[in-house]
Design a protein around this ligand. Structure first.
Ligand code: ADP
Length: 828
């Protein structure tokens, strides 16, 4: 048994270095060709296990053994591991808390099942050797075929839910896992099942509690029997604004208050709930999120006669309540609208036609509904195509309101129409049309318009100022007459306060008057006529007569006034008054003027008659005085006669060619004595060749007489009076100048009026007729008369007579020019 030969593999196995024969004896069993296992412990190496088979051979003529060895260390180790693991598996298999069953793949014969399985399923040892389906282990036998199919395809199954039946016939739910194992070349299925029936039940419950609870789109909360909250779903969180975490465990009353319609209602509610075990009601809840209307459905939780608590379903019906409220309102509103209401879809097909529409248009709802609006109602057009434009605009605006004349086959009706699009979230659903018949009103309006136009015309054409105000005292009417009178246009004045035309000085009084009139009784019209001043736009004032009527109705107050310019009347009145005054002055003056010469005439006449004046020279002198006074009287009476002629329009002039120079010189001569007496110088500047004029000689003499007489009368001693005449282009100018007392500009204005006398000098007698008559004479000759005067400096009375070259024309002019002086030009 010495080693004669080893090959490389054997040398590796034994850890030998040299080849060839060895003296070492190799001990091995001689089993006659059988395979044995040997342990080789080569130096410095791990123990090796080899499988060896020995055969007898002949080696170099000698009998020998050939041992062939195979290293099976690895396999051995694996086998050992397997054995250990199998032991473990077996132990696990037996004692696992899960159920294990090993069964034949094809027929399902159970070959092994562990204790857990036996205990859980209730099947005993007798199950071994039986087929699982026959034993009734599968609640649904087709599930087994499915399992086998998956197994064959994938080699394993894990955690499939299967329904397995227990021995007592109950079906449990198990998690089923399986694998194929091969025992003695036969494939088996080893399956592990975990009973999850309980867990499933729990899960089911759990799912209901959370998922289900939250999947209900209504609020659900549960309470124990003392009404402490135990469950609170998400909807409740949203609905009441309280998190589950903040509500669970608290008394429901802390979170929600049921609003009572009457005191004690909540108590009654609880009583009903407890007695009946449920309650359903619409309640108003006061919650942290505010007041919410809810449909409440509370139900007691009871099992086997034990009351556990309450579950409450709540749905938010606030919106519905609101809508209901709105509906109630709109229903009431709808009924109370005494207007035609028509609804259409977007194509104007009528969908709604109320009773009033039937009355308005005479068309029954049944006839109207379903028809196009424009097919049964024709809207009158002012212009062709207007309706198309109307509807186009309506489409874009979504709204319109108009007064329209609607024509149906039954007639015409004026309506106030408003059309409104029905829209929500930007989508248009149709139209609602409200129409109220206004035919009566329209007719009345038209009549009113016509009458208004008439009045308007009347007002506009009136020359009187017609105004009217509203209760705020602002103008609403201002006619053209008012514009003419006060200068403001209608445009300027409408809306302006009445005070604008009241002058400053009367504003307070007018305001007081207005307040007083405002307190008058309603319905009464008060009319007044008075004279006042109106203030013009240019701030000047104009005397007006106002006929005003104030009217009060309810709380409104109106004024209408007619204003008339009374400037002319006022002036005329003023003049009349003045003339009246002057007339009475005149009368007293005239009596004085008449008496004075009469007294001296009768006085001197008596003296001579009684022979008291024997001296012929003195007698002569007295006769002259009597003669002068008689003339004076005569002239006075002539003046009075002239006045009466002038007043009665019988005043006439008799023109004939007259040498005016002669008349002037005569006049001057007749005043010589008087002038001398008064120590006044009389001058003349009259051209010798003053042409003859076609005038009334008598009257012209009267003019000169008057002017010279005044000049002397209103001059003091030492003064001088000049009478002159000169030719000017187209006319002759005559002047009488003095250096007397003169007069004020005011006096100059009125000088030529009848009876006018300057009041400051009443001492100088007169009647105020002289200059008036003088002017009338000059006017009658188409001449002009005027005065230039300064107080205490003197006066110059000038008058012209038109001269058309009649008689002595030409050289007279030359003479006139010769005598002309610069001051004359100035005076002219
Ligand atoms: P009478 O009879 O008063 O003179 P007249 O008509 O002649 O009436 O004159 C009117 C008034 O005019 C006079 O009262 C006088 O005051 C004023 N008057 C007329 N002439 C003159 C004058 N030359 N100088 C100043 N005052 C005059």
């Amino acid at each position: 048994r010495r080693i004669m030969f080893t090959n490389t593999a054997a040398e590796a196995l034994f850890g030998r270095q040299k080849k060839g024969p060895s003296n070492k004896i190799f001990e091995f069993p001689l089993d006659g060709g059988k395979t044995t296992e040997i342990e080789i412990n080569p130096p410095s190496r791990e123990k090796t296990i080899a499988e060896m088979s020995v055969v007898e051979i002949s080696w170099e003529g000698q009998p020998a053994y050939l041992a062939s060895l195979r290293d099976i260390t690895k396999r051995k180790k694996m086998e050992e591991a397997l054995r250990v693991s199998e032991e473990k598996f077996s132990k696990a298999f037996r004692h696992s808390p899960e159920s294990f069953v090993i069964s034949g793949i094809e027929d399902g014969t159970i070959v092994e099942a562990n204790d857990t399985f036996m205990r859980v399923s209730g099947f005993g040892k007798e199950i071994i050797g039986k087929k699982s389906i026959e034993a009734g282990m599968w609640a649904k036998p087709e599930e087994r075929a499915e399992v086998i199919k998956i197994l064959k395809e994938k080699g394993m199954i894990s955690n499939l839910e299967r329904r397995l039946r227990l021995k007592n016939g109950e079906t449990g739910i198990s998690l089923f896992s399986a694998e194929i194992i091969t025992i003695n070349d036969t494939p088996y299925m080893i399956s592990m099942t975990t009973d999850i029936t309980e867990r499933k039940k729990m899960e089911e419950k759990l799912r209901f509690s959370d998922t289900a609870l939250n999947s209900i789109r209504e609020g659900v909360f549960a309470m124990d029997k003392d009404f402490n909250i135990t469950r609170w779903n998400e909807i409740c969180e949203q609905m009441f604004g309280v998190k589950a975490a903040d509500s669970i465990g608290k008394p429901v009353g802390d979170i929600i208050t049921m609003v009572e319609d009457y005191p004690g209602q909540n108590e009654a509610r609880m009583k009903v709930l407890i007695e009946k075990g449920f309650n359903r009601e619409e309640q108003l809840y006061r919650t942290p999120r505010g007041e919410i209307w809810v449909d409440v459905h509370a139900q007691g939780i009871e099992e086997n006669g034990v009351h556990y608590g309450w579950v409450t379903l709540v749905s938010d019906i606030t919106e519905r309540k609101k809508t209901e409220e709105e509906l109630r309102f709109s229903h009431a509103a709808f009924r109370s609208i005494h207007e035609s209401i028509i609804a259409t879809d977007t194509q104007y097909v009528i969908t709604h036609w109320n009773e009033i529409s039937e009355k308005t248009y005479g068309i029954k709802a049944a006839e109207a509904i379903g028809k196009k609006l424009r097919d049964i109602i024709e809207i009158e057009e002012n212009l062709p195509g207007e309706n198309d434009r109307r509807f186009e605009r309506l489409e874009t605006d979504g709204y319109c309101r108009q007064e329209q004349l609607h024509r149906t086959k039954y007639g015409e009706v004026w309506v106030d129409v408003s059309m409104q699009a029905i829209e929500e979230n930007g989508k248009r659903y149709g139209w609602v049309i409200l129409a109220s018949a206004i035919t009566q009103r329209k007719l009345a309006e038209e009549a009113l318009k016509r009458s208004e136009e008439k009045y308007r015309e009347l007002i506009d054409t009136s020359s009187d100022g017609i105004i009217s105000t509203d209760s705020q005292m602002r103008f609403v009417v201002w006619n053209r007459g008012a514009e003419k009178l006060l200068g403001y246009t209608e445009k300027e004045m409408l809306g302006e306060s009445i005070m604008i035309i009241v002058p400053e000085q009367s504003r307070k009084e007018v305001a007081r008057e207005l307040i007083r009139s405002k307190q008058q009784e309603p319905g009464k019209v008060i009319s007044q006529i008075f004279e006042t001043q109106g203030q013009r736009k240019d701030c000047s004032q104009v005397p007006i007569e106002v006929s005003i009527s104030t009217r009060k109705s309810e709380d409104k107050y109106f004024i209408t006034a007619i204003m008339r310019d009374i400037t002319v009347r006022k002036e005329a009145e003023e003049k009349l008054r003045k003339i009246d005054r002057m007339k009475s002055e005149f009368l007293s003056n005239v009596s004085h003027e008449l008496r004075t010469p009469l007294q001296s005439i009768s006085g001197f006449t008596k003296l001579i008659m009684n022979g008291q004046v024997p001296d012929p020279a003195t007698q002569q002198e007295f006769f002259q005085i009597i003669d002068r006074e008689t003339q004076h009287l005569g002239s006075l009476i002539n003046g009075l006669l002239d006045l009466s002629r002038l007043e009665s329009g019988r005043f006439q002039i008799n023109r004939r060619p007259t040498a005016l120079r002669e008349a002037m010189i005569d006049t001057i001569k007749s005043f010589q004595t008087l002038a001398r007496d008064k120590n006044i110088t009389l001058n003349e500047e009259i051209p010798d060749a003053l042409p003859e004029m076609d005038v009334d000689d008598e009257r012209m003499r009267q003019v000169f007489f008057n002017l010279v007489s005044n000049a002397i009368k209103y001059s003091d001693a030492g003064g001088s009076v000049t009478v002159r005449a000169k030719g000017l282009p187209g006319e002759l100018l005559f002047q009488v100048s003095d250096h007397g007392i003169g007069m004020s500009p005011e006096a100059m204005k009125h000088l030529f009026e009848r009876f006018y006398r300057v009041e400051e000098n009443p001492a100088r007698s007169g009647t105020g007729l002289g200059l008036y008559i003088t002017k009338q004479i000059i006017d009658a000759h188409e001449g002009r008369i005027w005065v230039e005067s300064k107080v205490n400096q003197g006066s110059t009375f000038s008058f012209t007579l038109p001269y058309h070259g009649k008689g002595g024309n030409g050289h007279g002019k030359k003479n006139i020019n010769h005598r002309r002086r610069p001051s004359d030009i100035k005076a002219r």
